[in-house]
Design a protein around this ligand. Structure first.
Ligand code: NAI
Ligand code: OAA
Length: 341
C-alpha cells in the first residue's frame, strides 16, 4: 500500500532551470489527475519533452495513476499526491503550469451551470492553495462552468494579492478542435487546414464560432446547423455517454495541445504562438464583460496580446449579442460566489 504522498520511483531533485530560459523543461501539475480527463491528459503530457516533472494530484487514486505512468520511458518524472500529508501543497510547489480538470462532469439534461454548486467550492479551494504555494504558475482551468470558474480562480488569487491576469486561462481549446473537425467533415478536408476562430465563452450560446473568417463558404442552413453543432458539441458527448460523464478523451487532447502551446511560449521562449482562450479581456469591457475568449498570443509571461474579434457577419454579430448577457451573468455569478465564500 502507498502510504507516502510521493510515489515516484525517482527522488525529487531540486529544479536546476529557470522558467524563462530557452529550451528548458518544466514542472506541470494536474489537479484532478485521476479523473476521466485527468488520466488521458496526464498520459499525453508524459509524452511532452518540455516537461521534466509531471505532478499529479487528486483526492483519490493518484498513487496508482502516477506509478503506472512513471514506467513510460519518456523524460518526465511522475509523482502522485492525495490530500494526506500536505499532498496538494507538495503537488503544486514550484509548478510552472497547473492544469485543472478537477470537479464533477455533466449528466444528460444538465447545463454546465448546473455544475456550479459542486465545482465552485472545489475550484475556490484549489485556487487558494495555488495562491499560497504556486503563486507564479500559469493556470489552465478546465473545470466547468469555465465562464464562472475562471472568475472564481481570479478572485481567490486577488484575495492573496498574487493575481496576474496574464497567467490565468480558461481552456476553450475543445471548441476550436471540434469546430475544425466538424468543418473538415463537411468540406472533406484535412482538419489541419480548417482553422476556425471561436470566441466568447464555453457554454451553449456563449460559444460563438466565426465561420465567416475561415476559408470555406457555407449555405445558410449549413451554417446554422454547423454553428449549433459547435455550440452544443458537448451535449452530443454527454448524451452518447448516457450518464457516465462528458467529453474526456477529446478534452484531454485539447488540454494537452493548450498546455504544449503554453510551455512552448513560457518555457521555451517560442514566438508567435496563438491559442484561443478565455482570459481577462478588454474586448467587451464597455458591455461590463470582464473575461472573454478570443485568439491570444502567448509569450514568456503568459498572455502577450489579445487579438480583437475582427470582422464578423451580421449573423455572427447576432450570436455575439446573444452571448454577452449570458456570459455576463456567468461571470458575475462566479465573482459573487468568490467574494462571499
Ligand atoms: N473546459 C472544457 O472544455 C471541458 C471541461 N470539462 C469539465 O472538466 C471537469 C472534469 O471532468 P471529468 O474529468 O470528466 O470528471 P471526472 O469526475 O471523471 O474527474 C474529475 C476528477 O476530479 C477529482 N476531484 C474532485 N474534487 C477534487 C478536488 N477538490 N481536488 C482534486 N481533484 C478533485 C475527482 O476525484 C475526479 O478524479 C468537469 O467539471 C467537466 O465539466 C469537461 C470537458 C470539457
Ligand atoms: O459538455 C460538457 O459538459 C463538457 C464540456 O465542457 C464540453 O464537452 O465542451
Amino acid at each position: 500500500m502507498f502510504t507516502l504522498r510521493q510515489v515516484t520511483l525517482t527522488s525529487i531533485t531540486k529544479r536546476a532551470f529557470s522558467s524563462s530560459a530557452v529550451s528548458q523543461a518544466a514542472k506541470v501539475a494536474v489537479l484532478g489527475a485521476a479523473g476521466g480527463i485527468g488520466q488521458p491528459l496526464s498520459l499525453l503530457l508524459k509524452k511532452n519533452n518540455l516537461i521534466s516533472h509531471l505532478s499529479l494530484y487528486d483526492i483519490v487514486n493518484t498513487p496508482g495513476v502516477a506509478a503506472d505512468l512513471s514506467h513510460i520511458n519518456t523524460k518526465a518524472k511522475v509523482t502522485g499526491y492525495v490530500p494526506d500529508n500536505d499532498g496538494l501543497k507538495h503537488a503544486i510547489t514550484g509548478a510552472d503550469v497547473v492544469v485543472i480538470p478537477a470537479g464533477v462532469p455533466r449528466k444528460p439534461g444538465m447545463t454546465r451551470d448546473d455544475l456550479f454548486l459542486t465545482n465552485a467550492g472545489i475550484v475556490r479551494d484549489l485556487a487558494t492553495a495555488v495562491a499560497q504555494y504556486a503563486p507564479k504558475a500559469h493556470l489552465a482551468i478546465i473545470s466547468n462552468p469555465v465562464n464562472s470558474t475562471v472568475p472564481i480562480f481570479t478572485e481567490a488569487l486577488k484575495k492573496h494579492n498574487v493575481y496576474d491576469p496574464r497567467r490565468v486561462f480558461g481552456v476553450t481549446t475543445l471548441d476550436i478542435v471540434r469546430a475544425s473537425r466538424f468543418v473538415s467533415e463537411l468540406k472533406d478536408t484535412d482538419p489541419a487546414e480548417a482553422k476556425i476562430t471561436v470566441v466568447g465563452g464555453h457554454s451553449g450560446v456563449t460559444i460563438v464560432p466565426l465561420l465567416s473568417q475561415c476559408p470555406f463558404s457555407f449555405a445558410e442552413e449549413e451554417l446554422k446547423a454547423l454553428t449549433y453543432r459547435i455550440q452544443f458539441g458537448g451535449d452530443e458527448v454527454v448524451k452518447a455517454k448516457a450518464g457516465t460523464g462528458s467529453a474526456t478523451l477529446s478534452m484531454a487532447y485539447a488540454a494537452a495541445r493548450f498546455t504544449d502551446s503554453l510551455l512552448r511560449a513560457v518555457v521555451n521562449g517560442e514566438e508567435g504562438i496563438i491559442e484561443p482562450t478565455f482570459v481577462k479581456s478588454d474586448l467587451y469591457a464597455s458591455d461590463g464583460i470582464e473575461f472573454f475568449a478570443s485568439n491570444v498570443e502567448l509569450g514568456p509571461d503568459g498572455v502577450k496580446k489579445i487579438h480583437p474579434v475582427g470582422k464578423v457577419s451580421d449573423y455572427e454579430q447576432e450570436l455575439i449579442n446573444a452571448a454577452l448577457p449570458e456570459l455576463k451573468k456567468n461571470i458575475e455569478k462566479g465573482i459573487k460566489f468568490a467574494k462571499e465564500n
